[in-house]
Design a protein around this ligand. Structure first.
Ligand SMILES: C[S@@+](CC[C@H](N)C(=O)[O-])C[C@H]1O[C@@H](n2cnc3c(N)ncnc32)[C@H](O)[C@@H]1O
Length: 284
């Protein structure tokens, strides 16, 4: 029989594959024995069953091949939640929580007791779920082209008992007009095809449809900029996440579509990670 401490020590071969191998091993073992991580430190000498050891070893083998912990465990922390994820959805990133924070700032409560918000490219539903939980009087519409991603987002909404989200399968704003929104948020694909980062970290395991965009990574941002102006109420905001080196190109696309007050927002590492822009409404 093997104890918790021994199982963790035996997982040191993960070291070659992950900088955070010890944490990875702890998370995987805790999941295999269906306990919280703290249990491992409270009961290091407890023996684990043969089945639990086998499951832990299977998890470690997958991690050794580079598979992200989130896909192995099927869960990822985001905002206040522990979201269900699978390889049909992007693993929600901490940077995207910043987008949620700025989205909330753009809808001051006194002015927006009620609000209609559109989340384009919802994936696991991360952004829509965070906004829907912030204010139950806000009505979210969450769009994705992938039916499989929407199935994950719907399941997350059900698990969290959030009823103020409507999910739609569509390409960006197709079929939405004449509906208009107080705020549109989007974390679209923006990685250039052939970008070296696509071979690194979790990216090889994540859906290409969630990551890569034509035109040097800008095709989807261009479509969103062009289409959203027909779906925004007068003076409403569009908030888009983008690559750290796309600030100027994104601003140009928004300017060409007649948005105003275009402003890039940096993340905590001072990287240019998202841009907000206001649409003044159709002239005439
Ligand atoms: C970068 S992921 C963002 C997922 C999620 N919003 C998040 O922040 O974690 C981009 C999402 O856009 C979706 N997508 C790609 N092309 C699309 C299109 N033409 N119309 C709608 N959604 C699209 C992908 O399926 C994917 O779920």
């Amino acid at each position: 029989m093997v104890t918790i401490k021994q199982a963790l020590n035996n997982a040191s071969s993960l070291q070659q594959h992950s900088d955070s191998w010890r944490l990875d091993a702890e998370l995987l073992l805790a999941a295999a024995i269906q306990q919280q991580r703290g249990y491992l430190f409270t009961w290091p000498d407890e023996e684990i069953s043969a089945e639990q050891l086998q499951l832990f070893q299977q998890y470690c083998a997958r991690r050794s091949k580079g598979e992200p912990i989130a896909y192995i465990l099927g869960r990822q922390a985001f905002w206040d939640f522990d979201l269900m994820v699978n390889p049909h959805v992007l693993i929600p990133r901490p940077e995207t929580e910043l987008l949620v924070e700025f989205a909330i700032e753009l809808l001051p409560t006194e002015q927006f007791k009620k609000a209609d918000i559109l989340d384009l490219g919802t994936g696991s539903g991360a952004i829509a779920l965070a906004l829907a939980s912030t204010n139950p009087n806000w009505q979210l519409t969450a769009v994705d082209r992938s039916g499989r991603a929407l199935a994950v987002a719907r399941e997350n909404a059900q698990e969290l008992k959030l009823g103020n989200i409507e999910f739609r399968q569509a390409s960006w704003c197709d079929g939405l007009a004449p509906e208009q929104f107080d705020l549109i948020v989007a974390n679209p694909p923006y990685v250039r095809s052939g970008d070296e980062h696509l071979a690194q970290g979790s990216l090889p395991f994540e859906p290409v449809m969630a990551l890569v965009a034509e035109e040097n990574g800008l095709a989807d941002i261009r479509s969103i900029a062009q289409q959203c102006k027909y779906c925004l109420k007068k003076d409403a905001w569009l908030l888009i996440e983008h690559g750290y080196d796309q600030k100027d190109e994104v601003a140009k696309l928004l300017h060409e579509s007649a948005y105003q007050n275009i402003e890039c927002i940096q993340d905590l590492a001072k990287l240019d990670r998202m841009t907000k822009a206001q649409y003044p409404g159709q002239a005439g």
